[in-house]
Design a protein around this ligand. Sequence first.
Ligand code: PEP
Ligand code: MG
Length: 592
Amino acid sequence: MDHPLDYEADAAAARSMRMSFTMHGIGASDGVAIGPAHLVSYATLEVAQYLVPAGELDNERKRFVVALASVRDELSQLRESIPAEAPAEFGAFIDVHQMILADSTLSQAPLELIGSQQCNAEWALKLQLDQLLEQFDRIDDAYLRERKGDILQVVERVMKALVGKPGYIPRALPGAARAILVAHDLSPADMIQFKQLPFAGFLTDLGGSTSHTAIVARSLNIPAIVALHRARDLIRENDQLIIDGTLGVVIVNPDPSVLEEYRLRREAIGIERAKLQRLARTPAETIDGSAIELLGNIEGPADVAEVRANGGMGVGLFRTEFLFMNRDELPDEDEQFEAYRAVAQAMDGLPVTIRTLDIGADKTLRGSQRASANPALGLRAIRLCLADPPLFHTQLRALLRASAYGTLNILVPMLSTKNELVQTLAAVARARASLVDDGTAFAPKVAIGGMVEIPATAIALDVFLKHLDFLSIGTNDLIQYTLAIDRTDDAVAHLYDPLHPAVIHLIADVAHRAQRARIPVAVCGEMAGDVDLTRLLIGLGLRQLSMHPAFLLEVKQRILKTRLADIATIARRIVNTRDPERVRRLVDKLNA
Ligand code: PEP
Ligand code: MG
């Protein structure tokens, strides 16, 4: 993978003349987008800049004042909580922060900027911060210069208070449908909010291609590139951009001839996608007649339409955590029930697999901090649910109630021990019993399945085979945990490898053992939607693939051109080799 370091100086010079330059990152969502850059602030927290209608400006100012007040309270509480025996500097440090907060450069100037720029409070604060930082950089006095860090910390607190209570969410930025969002980093929660906004593509400096941010980006069906390292620094607002999400290339201020070439490519991709649409109703079968069940991954009821439009034979993974993010109050049982029922009904009897809450790691609830040093190894998914019985009970009751309206399966993420499995099944039994007590209807048989996404689960599979009705291999996490690669960290993204012999060995072994035990097994990680891995997965024995709906037709097209008899021997060789080069050569041969 190319890194941008070698062209930074050129790019900086080119930028000042608005000349063309190219950047390379990791393609996170395929396709070509062409449009003006729209920068998302990188101050301390990522914030978007947007125009606030004149009628909303007072509310926006109010939002800023409320955020200031809450930070003032926060600092006072912090001041009071300092133990008497703590060093005096602790108190002095908070005094300085209180003074900075009260200073008119931070408490008044942004209010004026909201009006004069007609912008959101976060952006006004960011503009003011930029100006202050510039002034600080010019100060000779080293002590005063060091206060820059304090200012940043105070602004970060205010930003957090603002972001925690979003006000006006722009519905229609002028020209936004063509704009390409450029950010240093975006969280999955940010990304979900952008689902409501019509952007043409996005770029980030950080992130890996299977981070939840990238997964949500794919669900927006817009080209995206992550791990660009310096995009936010080098690209200016309104620079013209071409992004090629397939190759992971960004061309900034392209020459007219390049622009024309990419316009033609974008059209060709559009035509190709329209052609694929003809396959929507064709059964997914290999040439020699083996049926492969293709299912869709969704983040909410609104995504079901796309699964159906692309011929999905069910929902293989509903990531329910997105119902819980970007809000102050968690959804209660009735709200959850409505969402699950909506999906079950919209799928009209086709199977719907709903996963219980997988909060933790990069998916956080509002107000909760990343408390542990290694959140991906911390209190995540089923671990968190078992630690919070009322939260889990509410979700299980809502899921069981929704089961009366379709064919619903419950999928449990991150199971790794027998103890967790037993506790989970007991929690389901309790939820069932409580519904019986209430006289509330639910389906007599709801299949309970488990994600296989931790190597320990894949290796010690027997206990899960014995007690569960089905399995679903979460390759995103299985790879992360097998290879010890944080899937959100761009610094190690090049090591994230679905074709690592250890990963292939685990997937093949789980598929084989599940089949032997007659337990259905699917793949629902990003590998399932990668058309270059379709033949490999089928060759390893998988017959159920669940993916983002945008990939369903391309994967189906590949299946229709596949003969099981042709791939079986090569697949066996792939499983039996531990040589990574050979794996790659054999996968190329499978796809030839
Ligand atoms: C996975 O880990 O592969 C998976 C499907 O779950 P998620 O991406 O939501 O962690
Ligand atoms: Mg997972």
